[in-house]
Design a protein around this ligand. Structure first.
Ligand SMILES: [Fe+2]
Length: 498
């Protein structure tokens, strides 16, 4: 059809039957073209691997200690574009799960897309069919259930010889720990099929797994208690007014603790066509609510209030009995506002760097008897906090976290270990041309333990896996594996010893 003829048709009511396909074409935007045209050397971290990544041996410098012999599983958004259209948010992409198999001087890597029903259907169709966390692609279909939108891209929970690929809006997805083949969704109990199971479960020292899920539209918070053997002990939902975006939580000896930023779901915005993210409204007058739930009796709940702020992640929490009642100490990564999720994590998808206020490691104290909450920011900017897994819910000293923000490069350039009691912090910088991913703590008996994590060296366009002595971070890696390629930047991981 001639362009002039097309315009004439558009100008007439007779063109109505053409409107649907034309609307699809017109809504195709320039994000893919902007990303491809960008000369930013770090953009590879947000590129889409065209397929699965077969088991590949890395080049290793040094020798990985015996305590880290095993597998580091990691996951993150990887399928960012399809059919020439690019998602508008880092968190939207189809999940790719990775395993780094570590044995002394031998390190091998494998990456595999999680074969969610959403990815399978969309790859077959050659285009997006469903909405995503921060993007409403044109012409998407209404989802049959939350799991129709599940991209399994946020975190991993190794359990009973399998790996659960986690996403916070729906079910966990079962993945084979050796082949990374997708085995289907995890259903904890028949009546809980499809319920949201968040990406940051917490494991008590006795192996009990605690988790939650947010049903934003219903204003309900689901709670889960799972035995060390992987069977569900209890699940229930509790109502929450002005339901916020809750990504992570904490456990203590006797409590579950939810820090709730004033980023509140508004169902009317969703009905009007907003993405899930854009259906949220910043309401600082609510402050940061701290919901404390009794582990034994979920009906016993208390809400305290901190100044308004935003968070994704909690480091740890522990409780202290004093003559005047129980204090809960909790450290988390606090930002002044939610611009990192609305802007920074969006603009990277067209290879633009827009900096948000630095997130800071912050220590809060919840005085349950007085109903008062206070907090203090520690100096370092931070993200991806992790602690010694043996200290979950117990008094801890050290938090591992990414640090060192830069004006022109997204993410972080260094890894740090910060003492939350005195604020002291030791760091190792990967240099100006690297982006640090989450590093985990690997215990080694009664010793200081090890720090294990990945980074994207965009100077060389390669992904690194490094191991440090936990008490000598600044001395640099004791061993480092270099992959012959760059991986898409991921989110969270978990180490399983051999
Ligand atoms: Fe997270």
């Amino acid at each position: 059809m001639e362009r002039r003829e097309l315009l004439r048709l558009l100008a007439t009511a007779g063109a109505l039957p053409l409107l649907a396909p034309l609307a699809r074409a017109a809504a195709t935007d320039d994000w893919q073209a902007r990303f491809e045209a960008s000369g930013a050397p770090w953009k590879t971290g947000f590129a889409t691997p065209r397929g699965d990544l077969p088991l590949t041996r890395a080049t290793v410098r040094g020798r990985f200690p015996d305590a880290v012999a095993g597998t580091l599983f990691r996951i993150g958004p990887a399928g960012h574009d399809l059919g020439g259209e690019r998602y508008h948010h880092w968190f939207d992409g189809d999940g790719m799960v990775h395993r780094f198999v570590i044995d002394g001087a031998d390190v091998r890597h494998q990456g595999r897309y999680v074969a969610t029903p959403k990815r399978e259907a969309e790859v077959r169709a050659g285009r997006r069919l469903f909405e995503a966390f921060g993007t409403m692609p044109p012409g998407v279909e209404p989802p049959a259930s939350a799991d129709s939108l599940n991209v399994a891209n946020t975190s991993v929970l190794p359990m009973q010889g399998e790996v659960l690929a986690l996403w916070e809006g729906g079910s966990a997805t079962r993945v084979d720990a050796h082949t990374l083949a997708t085995l289907g969704v995890k259903t904890w109990r028949a009546d809980l099929a499809g319920m949201p199971f968040s990406a940051h479960p917490k494991i008590d020292p006795d192996g009990t797994v605690w988790n939650f899920g947010v049903s934003a539209g219903q204003g309900l918070l689901a709670l889960y208690e799972i035995s060390p053997g992987g069977t569900l002990r209890r699940a229930a939902v509790v109502p929450v007014a002005d339901m916020p975006m809750v990504h992570d939580f904490a456990v203590t000896d006797r409590h579950l603790v939810f820090l709730m930023p004033p980023l509140v779901y508004d169902g009317k915005r969703k009905e009007a066509g907003a993405s899930f993210l854009d259906a949220h409204v910043w309401r600082p007058e609510l402050g940061m609510r701290a919901l404390v739930v009794d582990k034994e009796n979920w009906e016993r709940r208390q809400v305290l209030t901190l100044p308004a702020g935003f968070l994704f992640h909690v480091g740890n929490a522990w409780e202290e009995d004093t003559p005047r009642g129980t204090l809960i100490h909790i450290d988390y990564v606090r930002s002044d506002n939610a611009s990192s999720v609305f802007t920074t994590s969006r603009e990277v998808m067209r290879a633009r760097r827009v900096k948000s206020p630095d997130p800071r490691l912050t220590v809060a104290t919840l005085d349950l008897a007085a109903g008062k909450a206070t907090q203090q920011a520690l100096a370092p900017e931070a993200e991806f906090p992790r602690i010694d897994p043996r200290r979950v819910g117990l008094r801890h000293r050290h938090v591992l976290h990414a640090t060192q923000t830069r004006p022109d490069v997204p993410g972080f350039g260094a890894i740090a270990r910060t003492d939350v009691e005195n604020g002291g912090s030791e760091r190792f910088s990967y240099g100006a041309q690297a982006m640090v991913e989450e590093h985990v703590f690997v215990p080694d008996g009664a010793g200081p333990g090890w720090v294990l994590g990945t980074a994207f060296d965009f100077g060389r366009q390669k992904t690194l896996l490094s191991c440090f002595a936990a008490d000598r971070l600044a001395a640099g890696p004791v061993a480092q594996a270099t992959l012959p390629y760059a991986l898409p930047l991921g989110l969270h991981g978990a180490f399983v010893p051999a």
